[in-house]
Design a protein around this ligand. Structure first.
Ligand code: PLP
Length: 428
């Protein structure tokens, strides 16, 4: 949509909502209240809202547990023994994967470690890891401790890519150049899909191609990308990835993560891995015999039996994603975030008080915009909150706003803009 057609008016926002085929999904979510009023919730990048259907999905499993107890593992169509399979079609759509390339399991940081066990095998010559500078702390700690686990020094191994001086985000050409510069010393690229701080969506396809061209692997943390961007992990030939379900995937605080392992590793029992009974051939699992035989595909990375209650909440949200369609969501998302960007520019004008550091090109971002606030700082943010805007603040002066296409409206964006304007007048 051409930004020249956007207008800073309530009637325009209402008209956009009236034309929005996804507007009906808003009423499927619980909105928190701030100071007694329904919040303008722009924090789905941190914790997605609760689908109203979660209660029923959980209740169903609580009833199964009450009524069937241990028989629930094998009883009926949604028997717990196979329950993970139910989530696969939706996960495959969201990640752009084959069903056998994805499985829901564990938490994100745990999965990052498990994937490193299989895919980071440093040698004398090939041991370097490229990561974006300022990666999410958990990812930094994971890399640091994995490298030390191999007896290596993080300072020798990590190649941290920082934006050029005066720029906030990485240029794809610079990422690719660094991959080629490292060449035969590069073991893997291990980056975010969408960077949590800047909101930059990296070119996963180009990065993967370059990594493969020098004989390295490409793995991504999709915490901020899953359910936000259109992903094609299989077609892009990504080696491995993991994500969490509680941000854009709206599955509840700390809920279950998932992994993607490229089909080419589906039958590689020789790959190093930490095994557990749930990754063992499910036909033979209850023979309780010696000798780990990993299941085909991503399932072979499972360790422990499925967290059924966690998966039930996750499934409630996955069903909504399937109904809405990730491509449709993305189409709306570009407009919604474009509208937010347009209004911020209108309000900030030439004053220089706000600076958007997220890339302008919609192809290089998801729904989140990160703003530097040059005057007024946290007081402006606190003023928003008082008026019901839930966003998030990162020291020293970044505000992150994530209007999500599933439950946010153009009217939310308009209302936010009015509050922003007033907050800036007061404090900036
Ligand atoms: C949210 C997030 C995490 C959180 O990890 P958990 O294991 O789910 O606590 C890790 N990495 C990134 C990039 C994130 O955005």
């Amino acid at each position: 949509m051409n930004p020249n057609t956007f207008q800073y008016s309530e009637s325009f926002a209402r008209e956009m909502d009236a034309k929005d085929p996804l507007s009906k999904f808003r009423s499927r979510f619980h909105f928190p209240k701030v100071n007694g009023r329904e919040a303008i919730y722009f924090c789905g990048n941190s914790l997605g809202l609760q689908p109203k259907s979660v209660k029923d999905y959980l209740e169903k499993e609580l009833n199964n547990w009450a009524d069937l107890a241990v028989d629930g593992h094998f009883h009926g169509e949604d028997a717990w023994y196979h329950i993970r399979k139910k989530s696969k079609p939706a996960l495959a759509e969201i990640l752009g994967a084959q069903e056998h390339e994805v499985v829901a399991m564990n938490n994100l940081s745990v999965n990052l470690h498990l994937l490193m066990v299989s895919f980071y095998q440093p040698t004398e010559e090939r041991y370097k890891i490229i990561v974006e500078a300022g990666a999410f702390p958990s990812d930094q700690y994971m890399l640091e401790t994995q490298i030390k686990f191999h007896g290596l020094d993080p300072l020798d191994v990590l190649v941290e890519l920082a934006p050029r001086p005066g720029e906030f985000t990485l240029r794809t050409e610079d990422i690719l150049e660094e991959i080629y510069r490292q060449g035969e010393s590069l073991a893997m690229v291990n980056m975010a899909g969408i960077q949590y701080y800047t909101g930059q969506f990296f070119d996963l396809k180009a990065i993967t191609e370059a990594a493969h061209a020098v004989g390295a692997l490409a793995g991504f943390d999709l915490a901020h990308a899953a359910g936000n961007a259109v992903l094609k992990l299989h077609d892009w030939d990504v080696d491995f990835a993991t994500w969490c379900s509680y941000k854009y995937l709206n599955s509840g605080p700390g809920n279950i993560s998932g992994i993607f392992v490229n089909e080419r590793y589906a039958e590689r029992p020789d790959l190093p891995r930490f095994g557990g009974w749930w990754g063992h051939d499910e036909g033979e699992r209850f023979k309780m015999e010696k000798g780990f035989v990993p299941m085909y595909g991503a399932d072979g990375w499972q360790l422990a039996n499925t967290n059924v209650l966690a998966l039930a909440a996750h499934q409630a949200s996955l069903d909504i994603f399937q109904e809405a369609g990730i491509e449709n969501l993305r189409e709306k998302s570009e407009k919604l975030t474009g509208y937010l960007e347009f209004l911020i520019r209108q309000i900030s004008g030439e004053s220089g008080v706000l600076e958007i550091i997220t890339p302008k090109n919609p192809q290089e971002r998801g729904c989140q915009l990160s703003l530097l606030i040059h005057r007024g700082g946290k007081a402006v943010f606190d003023e928003f909150y008082k008026h019901g805007v839930v966003g998030d603040w990162r020291n020293p002066n970044v505000i992150r706003l994530a209007p999500t296409p599933l439950y946010n409206s153009f009217l939310d964006v308009f209302r936010f803009a009015k509050i922003l304007e007033q907050s800036l007048e007061k404090f900036a």
